[in-house]
Design a protein around this ligand. Structure first.
Ligand code: BDR
Ligand code: CA
Length: 308
């Protein structure tokens, strides 16, 4: 099994990504690190702990990370993910599991040093923790096996501003550090593909009536409505679960290898991921950008795994 660290700002879809990662049995999860994003870092941590309880995976370490973006202020997404970040679905659950002592940035560095060349980082929130880790220990770039990031959009429109995807918008400076770092394998799972990977109410019904299926139904109810308001389809956009699925099975997507950078100094376009499709800047490609996805295969896999 691939050794992974999953970095999350646990909102509705991060939680689905975690459930997929845990229940698939196809990943060796060394730890889960939390970051500010959809909700505060503390809330993301509490949500992550509860999701591990739900999944019967309390043995997986959770480590807290950055409480704010590198230089910008926080920008929460309560409208999309609800007050608590999970659409209120675990309001009644008592949190038993607690995070480990320590700081996510150090945890990421320690794990990468210990498992030299073996770790896949799955990033489903703003990239603050990874950027801070690169700054503290630049050698990690050569010691990581691969990085899979949910974020960005290169051929379509944004989901926060007209041009920016949420994870990139919240901490574009962090994203710049990550894009410029020189990772041997950096895959960007952006809105170009995640918008094609939708979970419908029928799909959720096909998951049966287990505790997890009931959780999925409850947590996604409002999230689906928000998606419908903007996009006209009542469905749950599977942004973060798709990044997890790509880490499990890279064949789910077709990628192009391009130079990608991020706008950080624009009045209108901060957080926009700019992909140099025609190599006009003559800079070496740094990112494998996902352009197509086998959406049915992904959704069927997700349902199968969560149905148990
Ligand atoms: C990303 O933004 C967050 O709101 C989601 O959890 C996902 O990681 C999608 O743009
Ligand atoms: Ca997320």
């Amino acid at each position: 099994n691939k050794k992974v660290i999953i970095d999350v700002d646990t909102g509705v879809d991060d939680a689905l990504g975690l459930l997929l990662a845990i229940r698939s049995g196809e990943l060796d999860i060394l730890g889960i690190t939390t970051v500010n994003g959809n909700v505060s870092m503390e809330q993301a941590t509490a949500n992550t702990c509860k999701i591990l309880q739900l999944a019967g995976a309390e043995h997986i370490p959770v480590v807290q990370g950055a409480g704010k973006p590198m230089i910008r202020s926080t920008y929460f997404e309560h409208r999309v993910h609800g007050k608590d970040g999970l659409g209120g679905a675990l309001d009644d659950m008592t949190q038993r599991k607690q995070p480990e002592e320590g700081y996510a940035v150090d945890f990421i560095i320690e794990q990468i040093r210990e498992h030299h060349g073996e770790i896949t980082l799955i990033m489903t929130g703003p990239l603050t923790n990874l950027a801070l880790a690169i700054l503290k220990y630049p050698e990690l770039v050569q010691q990581v096996k691969e990085v899979v990031v949910m974020g960005g959009v290169v051929q379509s429109f944004g989901n926060v501003t007209p041009t920016a995807e949420y994870n990139m918008y919240v901490d574009p400076e962090a994203a710049k550090h990550v894009f410029w770092a020189g990772f041997a394998s950096l895959t960007l799972v952006g809105l170009d593909v995640t918008r094609k990977a939708l979970l419908s109410e029928e799909h959720i019904n096909a998951m049966g009536d287990s505790e997890i299926a009931r959780y999925v139904r409850a947590s996604t109810a409002d999230y689906m409505k928000r998606y419908q308001e903007r996009n006209g389809v009542k469905a749950c956009a599977m942004h973060d679960p798709l990044a997890v699925a790509v880490a499990i099975n890279p064949d789910l997507v077709k990628t192009g290898h391009y130079y990608v950078d991020i706008e950080t100094r624009s009045e209108l376009c901060d957080g926009q991921t700019v992909c140099d499709f025609q190599n006009r800047l003559a800079v070496k490609p740094n990112v494998h950008v996902c352009l197509e996805v086998a959406a049915d295969e992904f959704i069927n896999h997700f349902i199968r795994v969560l149905r148990g």
